[in-house]
Write a protein that binds this ligand. Structure first.
Ligand code: AHN
Ligand code: ZN
Length: 325
């Protein structure tokens, strides 16, 4: 073989396998990870199923039935499920029979990411415009069910294609039993389930690289601002998630602006386990509560749940998870 011919073969081979820049440095092509497509119809169905049980207030039949439904779905998708049952006390010292539901995918993998949401619904519509409704429990379609619906669809996606990282999905109980507006001398009592788990994790020495909380993440026209504590505990994760939303085409939901600080389950997980956590939570800068007008009212029902928002949040999370190495 002539030298010239050998040279041509070499050039052709290099051309096919690698990219060559002008400086002549051979750069290997990095293969793009295929991101699964989040199915919003499926997430919507998981949300509607929870709401159909009725308000998931601890100590009620609807709560027990929905708890079994959520664990059953996680098992169906191949997770190792731990049901952490305990009695917790409300701000008013009522005993609640609670259950945190933990689904672990590939528990042997030490490289883990934690996803979480609360699955209980609020026992009082204390922000309802009609005072007669203040003592009635809410559907919690957006405040509870929607976020769990998104996480169940992510669980289903993991069952189809395993990401490189191990994932834990936790549905926390008793987030929404905080002191109501009408109880003027009372305060506190939020996030009881997450506080208990953070103090007694299902695995001794539980570790995850970071955690993502979804709360009120399913309503139509939802906007997600960069929540104050999320930026403080895990600014790099906020950045990663907001960039992922841009890349996937959902930048109109994920606003590059600071939101207020919100007392939520991510605070407990960070406080006791020091896992950097963020909260993806709907924020309304023009509302006195920071939340949507139907927050903690009887109008937090399926009419406000939007497949477009479910897709925006779910697809953004899949992008983040499947790009982790
Ligand atoms: C407070 O209202 C103090 N925190 C909001 C936590 C919450 C309630 N998320 C959903 N419902
Ligand atoms: Zn709530």
């Amino acid at each position: 073989m002539t030298n010239k011919l050998l040279f041509i073969i070499c050039v052709l081979l290099t051309g096919f396998s690698c990219k060559q820049n002008t400086a002549g440095i051979v750069k290997h092509e990095t293969k793009m990870t295929e991101i699964p497509s989040f199915n919003p119809d499926s997430a919507y169905q998981y949300t509607a199923c929870q709401v159909a049980f009725g308000p998931r207030v601890p100590n009620t039949e609807a709560h027990r039935q929905c708890g079994s439904y959520l664990s059953g779905e996680l098992k169906r998708f191949g997770a190792d499920v731990t049901e952490q049952e305990t009695v917790l006390h409300t701000y008013s010292n009522i005993a609640l029979f609670t259950k945190n539901i933990i689904g672990s995918f590939h528990p042997e993998n030490k490289n883990r990411i934690l996803l979480f949401a609360h699955w209980d619904s609020r026992p009082f519509a204390d922000h309802d415009p009609n005072p007669e409704n203040h003592h009635k429990p809410i559907d919690g379609a957006n405040d509870g069910a929607g976020a769990c619906g998104i996480l169940l669809e992510i669980a289903r996606q993991i069952s189809v294609k395993q990401p490189s990282v191990g994932i834990d999905i936790i549905f926390f109980d008793a987030e929404d039993w905080g002191a109501p507006e009408f109880d003027i001398n009372a305060n506190g009592g939020w996030c009881l389930g997450s506080k208990y788990w953070a103090q007694h994790p299902h695995i001794d020495g539980y570790k995850a690289r970071y955690g993502i909380l979804l709360d009120m993440a399913s309503a139509k026209d939802a906007l997600f601002y960069k929540e104050y504590y999320s930026n403080m505990y895990a600014g790099n994760i906020v950045k990663k998630v907001w960039e992922a939303a841009q890349i996937e085409g959902y930048g109109s939901f994920f606003i590059d602006r600071a939101g207020g600080g919100i007392q939520d389950d991510h605070i407990e997980v960070y406080k006791y386990l020091k896992i950097p956590c963020i909260d993806i939570i709907q924020f309304d800068p023009n509302s006195s509560t920071s939340f949507a007008p139907y927050w903690h009212t009887l109008d937090d029902n399926m009419d406000n749940v939007s497949k477009h928002t479910l897709k925006a949040v779910g697809q953004t999370l899949l992008y983040v998870l499947y790009n982790e190495k």
